[in-house]
Design a protein around this ligand. Structure first.
Ligand SMILES: [Fe+2]
Length: 181
């Protein structure tokens, strides 16, 4: 298994801004990962929170022109980080649609950009229900909360080195085929 350059992946998000969001994708990734870390999540969930929008990086998006960003991210991350990271990343838009439908207060936590994209992403469907029966679904909902909370333009010091170390170590213990970890 080739070693994974997590710092390089984060660097590819530097200066990439999704629509009207207040922070760039690198800051968003670090804030999201930091929330997962602070909440005592396992290494795979922390890594998924950190890299959930990796398909916003131009070189990743270019590899999967036919896929939505969450599916592209899952496909890109699976070989290096395994099934749990990939599944959680693949679920992060479905989790938003599910929360919009089931939690009346949830929309208040969404940025304007994220509210707008929900209109395009659609309503929860049969495939949402398939996700919701998965044993990792509650994890996906927590990741979504970290994602939504990770858009603060005024956040200062973040545990960047810890996050990179955790994600790199997870990749280093990966079985070659990316099994469950
Ligand atoms: Fe995000």
């Amino acid at each position: 298994v080739p070693s994974v350059d997590v710092a390089g992946l984060l660097a590819a998000l530097d200066g990439v801004v999704d629509g009207t969001e207040a922070v760039d994708e690198r800051a968003h990734a670090l804030q999201s990962g930091a929330l997962a870390l602070a909440n005592g999540e396992d290494d795979a969930l922390i890594t998924a929170a950190l890299l959930h929008d990796i398909a916003r990086a131009p070189h990743v998006a270019a590899r999967y022109p036919e896929l939505s960003h969450e599916r592209a991210g899952a496909a890109f991350l699976f070989p290096a980080f395994g099934a749990r990271v990939a599944w959680l990343v693949g679920a992060h838009v479905v989790a938003k649609l599910y929360l919009l439908e089931t939690d009346p207060a949830y929309i208040e936590h969404l940025s304007p950009e994220s509210r707008a994209s929900a209109l395009v992403q659609g309503r929860s469907t049969a495939s949402t229900r398939a996700y919701a029966n998965h044993p990792w679904w509650e994890d996906a909902l927590r990741l979504r909360r970290y994602d939504d909370g990770a858009k603060d333009p005024d956040l200062g010091d973040l545990p960047e080195r810890d996050l990179i170390r955790i994600a790199s170590a997870l990749a280093a213990r990966a079985p070659a085929s990316g099994g469950e970890r």
